[in-house]
Design a protein around this ligand. Structure first.
Ligand SMILES: Nc1ncnc2c1ncn2[C@@H]1O[C@H](COP(=O)(O)OP(=O)(O)OP(=O)(O)O)[C@@H](O)[C@H]1O
Ligand SMILES: [Mg+2]
Length: 271
């Protein structure tokens, strides 16, 4: 029995290793706390990369709150089992998406799993998915420093950069510091900090208001001695497109936000 399990584990490891050889770069999107815009950043980063003609995979590693399929309007799609691994959902011909939400019967189903099961799922998300050749695999993580980031670090082994998403308040420093320490402990290089929800330009009068202050992310990057990747403004259109399943950078390709994502991608290209 034990030998059988070891053999199965070995085969799984071989599948994972084979898959990893086909993935050039891995980027994880992470934050100390919830609701700061990780999934938004992961989706728009993946779409910006694919608009630059890279072959991109987007892995939703948020097992309890998988939002990526809804944000891309593909929540009714399903991963297809082929007998030789599952086929990811194709958003574009060069953007493949995997999420537990694409495996559940209903969008209302809740997953109640402990660490070991989540770890096995992350292993399957790498080894049992037919990702094919990828230039970039972007991984969206749940908030904090729990099971999923640990499993992702363990299974992926080589991560090129973590993008830490934060909001502009002073407390951003506290959350970012924790996340930087966590990444360092796991041996994940910190790609840099993105300050999301940074300033709001009124669509009626054009006046800029810094609703959550400004500069917290940049200050955190300076104090923690990690790169600052840029600011993403608050934009009410973001909420609308997120809910309707259109990626913002595709719908508003000339916007300030789309430009910010292009600059983030330029920095990712250096990792
Ligand atoms: N720059 C922005 N402007 C306006 N709304 C935004 C912006 N960034 C994110 N949002 C909105 O904030 C909400 C939370 O964003 P998102 O789901 O990306 O955060 P998260 O960090 O992934 O959350 P969780 O920790 O729950 O996974 C969403 O409704 C999203 O549309
Ligand atoms: Mg999220």
């Amino acid at each position: 029995m034990a030998t059988q399990r070891t053999q199965k584990q070995q085969q799984q490891q071989e599948r994972i290793d084979k898959q990893l050889q086909q993935i050039q770069h891995v980027i994880v999107v992470i934050s100390g706390k919830g609701g700061v815009g990780k999934s938004t950043v992961a989706v728009n980063l993946a779409v910006t990369l694919s608009r630059k003609n890279y072959k991109v995979g987007l892995m939703d590693a948020d097992i309890h709150g998988p939002n990526i399929p809804k944000m891309l309007g593909i929540e009714r799609s399903q991963l297809m089992n082929t007998g030789n691994g599952a086929k990811p959902v194709m958003y574009y011909p060069n953007l493949k998406v995997v999420s537990i939400a694409l495996m559940l019967q209903s969008t209302d189903d809740a997953v109640i799993w402990r660490g070991p099961l989540k770890h096995r799922l992350i292993e399957q998300f790498v080894g049992d998915i037919r990702w094919g050749d990828l230039d970039y695999l972007v991984i969206d993580l749940p908030p904090g420093t729990g099971d999923e980031p640990l499993s992702v670090a363990h299974v992926l082994k080589r991560i090129d950069g973590a993008i830490i998403v934060t909001t502009p308040q002073d407390v951003a420093l506290l959350d970012s510091r924790k996340t930087v320490t966590f990444a360092e402990k796991l041996g994940i290089p910190v790609g840099g900090i993105v300050e999301n929800m940074s300033g709001f330009v009124c669509p009626h009068c054009g006046k800029r208001t810094d609703i959550f202050k400004t500069g917290g992310g940049e200050k955190a990057a300076q104090e923690l001695d990690v790169p600052f990747l840029g600011r993403i403004p608050l934009d009410p259109n973001m909420v609308t497109v997120c809910d309707s399943g259109d990626p913002y950078v595709e719908k508003y390709p000339t916007s300030e936000m789309a430009q910010a994502f292009l600059r983030i991608v330029e920095q990712c290209e250096q990792w």
